[in-house]
Design a binder for this molecule. Structure first.
Ligand code: ADP
Ligand code: MG
Length: 160
C-alpha cells in the first residue's frame, strides 16, 4: 500500500491520521533516507496528540519522551547509535508503557524489535534536491497493525 505526498503539510496530515487512530502499545517504524521526512511526520503525530512543545529530532539524544498528551509519545532515532550504546536503550520498557513508540532508523536495532509493527518507508521520487514530493509505503506486521492501517486510511479520507 503506497501513498503519494506532495508537501510537508500533507505529510503532517498522515501524522495526524496516525495520531487519531493510535492505541496504547502501538509501534511505528519509520524508514527512509536523511531528509525524507520521518521527523516531519512525527511532528504531525505530536501536534495532533496534543503535545504543545515542538517535537524535535531525537538524533542526538536517541529518545525523546512526551508525556503530556492523550497518550505518551516515545520518539526514537537510532541513526547515530553505536553498537555499544544498544544496551543502554531499554526498548522493551518503552513498549510496555501504554503509549506510542515511533522509531526512525529501526534497521539498526532490527534484532530487538517485536513481531508486530506498522512500518512506513518514505522515499523521494523526484531528482531535484528541493522537490517536496514523496511516496509513503505502508507495511503491516500483525493483526493490530492491519487494523491500524485501515483506521488511518479512513481518517485520511475525512481530513483531506
Ligand atoms: P528525516 O527525519 O527523514 O531525516 P526531516 O523530517 O527531518 O527528515 O526533514 C525533511 C525535510 O524535508 C524538512 O525540512 C521538511 O520540511 C522537508 N520536506 C519537504 N517536502 C516534504 C514532504 N513531502 N514530507 C516531509 N518533509 C518534507
Ligand atoms: Mg529525523
Amino acid at each position: 500500500m503506497k501513498l503519494t505526498v506532495n508537501s510537508a503539510a500533507e505529510m503532517n496530515k498522515i501524522g495526524a491520521a496516525i495520531a487519531l487512530t493510535t492505541k496504547p502499545h502501538d509501534l511505528l517504524l519509520l524508514k527512509g533516507d536523511l531528509g525524507a521526512g520521518k521527523t516531519t511526520l512525527t511532528q504531525g503525530i505530536g501536534r495532533t496528540l496534543g503535545i504543545k512543545r515542538p517535537v524535535k529530532s531525537p538524533t542526538f539524544t536517541i529518545v525523546r519522551e512526551y508525556r503530556e498528551a492523550r497518550l505518551p509519545l516515545f520518539h526514537m532515532d537510532f541513526y547515530r547509535l553505536e553498537n555499544d550504546d544498544l544496551s543502554s536503550i531499554d526498548l522493551n520498557s518503552y513498549l510496555a508503557e501504554p503509549g506510542l513508540v515511533v522509531i526512525e532508523w529501526p534497521q539498526v536495532i532490527k534484532a530487538q524489535l517485536p513481531e508486530y509493527a506498522l512500518q512506513l518507508t518514505i522515499r523521494r521520487v523526484d531528482d531535484q534536491w528541493d522537490s517536496t514530493k514523496r511516496t509513503v509505503e505502508f507495511e503491516v506486521q500483525g493483526e493490530r497493525a492491519k487494523q491500524w492501517l485501515a483506521d488511518i486510511l479512513v481518517q485520511l479520507k475525512s481530513i483531506s
